[in-house]
Each structure stands twice: as C-alpha cells, then as structure tokens.
Write a new protein. Structure first.
Length: 363
C-alpha cells in the first residue's frame, strides 16, 4: 500500500525512511475505513511541520519511467525560470515528447500579457520542439487547455523541481487528494491518477542544488515559496551603493554616466532588501546576517563562515535582467551600469533578455 499523500510505500519499521506510520495507527485507521497517510504527510497537512526523510536519488528511476509514458509534462516556475528550467532535467527528457507548463504566471505584473510570456519562454528554450502552456494553479488559469491536451495521450508523467507547483497542478487536474503543502519535496514516490482514459503519474520534485532555496532548511524554503505576490522595489543608487538581497546576495554598483541607473528587483516577499554605502557594507553584512538580512532566517541555519562565495561582474543595460536562481531577479530601467554580484558558490546566475519590458507602461 502507498501513502495517499506522497506516494511512498507504507512501512512500519523506520521513521527516517519514506512511508513510515506506526503499525497501531495504521491498523486503527484501516479498520475504521479512514484515509491512510504516512506520519510525514499527516504532520505536514495538519500541523504545518515537515519531517526530514532519507530517499534514493530520482534520476535512475526517471530514465526507466519515461520509457513507459507517452508524454512528459515538465512544469517550471516563471518567477524562477533559471532555477526550474534545469539542464539536467532537459538532458534526461531529451528523447521523449514534452509539454512545457509555465506555472505561477499570476505572480508577474499584470502589464505582462500571456502572449508576451509565451513568446519570451519560447525564445529562452530555443529550437526545442515542445508545446508551451501557461498556467496558474491557484487561479486555475490554463487548466482546461492543459487537461484537453493530456487527454490526447494514454500515459502522462508530471516532472519538475521542488516548489514549482507540480503537485498542486496534478491535484487540480485530477482531483486526486495528494499532499499539497508549502514544503519542498512533499511527493516521495509516484502518485497515480486517472483522467477519463488517461493515466497520470506525479513524480517527486527534483532538487537541483543550484538555487538558493536548496541551501536552506525546509522551514525556510516554505517561507520563500509560499506567496501570493512578489515584492518589487525600485532603486536609483549612487556610485557608493551596495544592495543586499537577504543575507546571501550582495550587489556592488558602479557606473560612469552622470545619470544614476534605475532598476527594479523582484523577489519573494520574505526576502529583505537593504541599501547601504560601501564603507558600511562589510560591517553591516556580518552584524545583520540572518537578522535584518534574511534569508537565511537564523544565522545558525547557514553560518556565514561555512559558506563559499562566488563573485561575478556583469554589465547591464535597458531591456536586460539579472536572475539569481531561487532568489529573484533585477530588471533594468535605465543604464548602462556594472554590478559586482557576490553570492553562495553554486547558485546559478544569468544575464538574460528582459521578461518585464521597461518601455511598457503598467496598468
């Protein structure tokens, strides 16, 4: 028997492994005809607590699974394109038919049209032949179109990194009562559901280790991914300015023009932005790390002295953006200027074509 919430095989021996439920609780619920959830899913749903478990790497299993499906639904998060359009997933799915589902479009500014989002996504993926469907699981946008597309196939697999809304979409499409929580990695095994004559499988979320959230605890990841809107701040810094995005990302600004640059930073509402002068930046960073500057949400969660930092320089101008996987992105309104970005080594950083066009007037 599998847990109805996460898809893990029910077991009674080891609570550090997926699917654990005390035997007496299992027998009591079974006899009463009640829903059987593993201990991890039960606590996540009813108490908002996620228990850590050990589970095997998903990649070896994925290669075998895709051989037995007709199409893979690859779900990405438009607010973290760089973190969710992962090259490792792209490589694993290279030989299979794909539908690219772009979720959370409701979090973008209303001035960005669905046509502009789709065109931008298609330019990012290049010549890759795939269907692109825009969705919002929370607003139920695009679900009818997605459902109609899925009914063209016999066996469908849902794939995506953690926290892109994969299980939420699966639940909305199928009506299957899976565990949908703000926590990462809730799904631990394949969950099966049926839609007319189509069989759908939800797979565990992939952990990429190239996003900021992958370095944080489940509780902190919950704060960074459970949101109804994005924070957006406009900056017009001088040449002595340093801007912090939380405690793990520092931006040193430099420019030659007489006009100061203007840019906006988009991030989850839990990320704190702070602007200071360069002469104060080092001291402030050490004193306020994990306090004023969050995430991390506690200095001991991710001790600064334990981290290796990377430092990269970027020249930015109008119609360009700088994305930090799992954290947010900077969108240029006036340039050019130069940024020296310092963040945790391993986090993916990319200069890209602007998704949010600075020439557009917002409604």
């Amino acid at each position: 028997m599998k847990c109805k919430g996460c898809g893990a095989e029910i077991q009674h021996e080891d609570e550090t492994l997926p699917g654990y439920i005390p035997k007496e609780v299992f027998e009591k619920r079974t006899l009463a005809g009640e829903e059987v959830l593993c201990q991890r899913c039960f606590r996540a749903r009813h108490y908002g607590k996620l228990m850590p478990v050990q589970f095997q790497d998903f990649w070896a299993q994925l290669i075998n699974i895709i051989k037995n499906v007709d199409v893979v639904v690859w779900i990405i998060d438009i607010t973290d394109f760089e973190g969710s359009y992962d090259p490792k997933i792209f490589e694993a799915l290279s030989s299979v038919k794909k539908i690219l589902v772009v979720n959370k479009i409701d979090l973008l500014p209303r001035a960005v049209t669905v046509q502009e989002i789709e065109s931008w996504v298609r330019r990012q993926v290049g010549d890759e032949p795939l269907d692109v469907i825009l969705t919002s699981a929370t607003r139920r946008y695009g679900l009818r179109r997605l459902k109609e597309k899925l009914l063209e196939f016999r066996r469908v697999l849902f794939v995506g990194v953690t926290n892109v809304g994969k299980s939420s979409l699966f639940k909305e499409i199928t009506g299957k009562d899976v565990s949908v929580t703000p926590f990462p990695g809730t799904t631990l095994g394949l969950i099966r559901a049926k839609l007319s004559n189509t069989v759908l499988f939800d797979s565990p979320g992939v952990i990429t280790n190239r996003r900021l959230i992958d370095f944080l605890s489940p509780e902190s990841q919950k704060k960074l991914t459970h949101t109804d809107h994005l924070s957006r701040f406009t900056f017009k810094p001088d040449k002595n300015s340093v801007i912090f995005l939380g405690g793990v990302c520092r931006l040193d600004i430099d420019f030659r023009s007489e006009l100061r640059p203007i840019f906006q930073i988009f991030a989850n509402e839990a990320v704190k932005f702070h602007q200071t002068r360069k002469v104060k930046a080092d001291t402030l960073w050490k004193r306020q790390y994990g306090k004023l500057l969050v995430p991390p949400f506690d200095p001991e969660e991710l001790p600064m002295e334990s981290l290796n930092f990377q430092e990269k320089r970027f020249e930015l101008d109008v119609s360009e953006e700088l994305a930090i996987a799992g954290l947010g992105w900077l969108s240029v309104r006036r340039g050019p200027f130069e940024i020296c970005l310092k963040t945790i080594d391993g986090i993916y950083i990319r200069k890209r074509e602007a998704l949010i066009n600075p020439a557009r007037k917002e409604r």
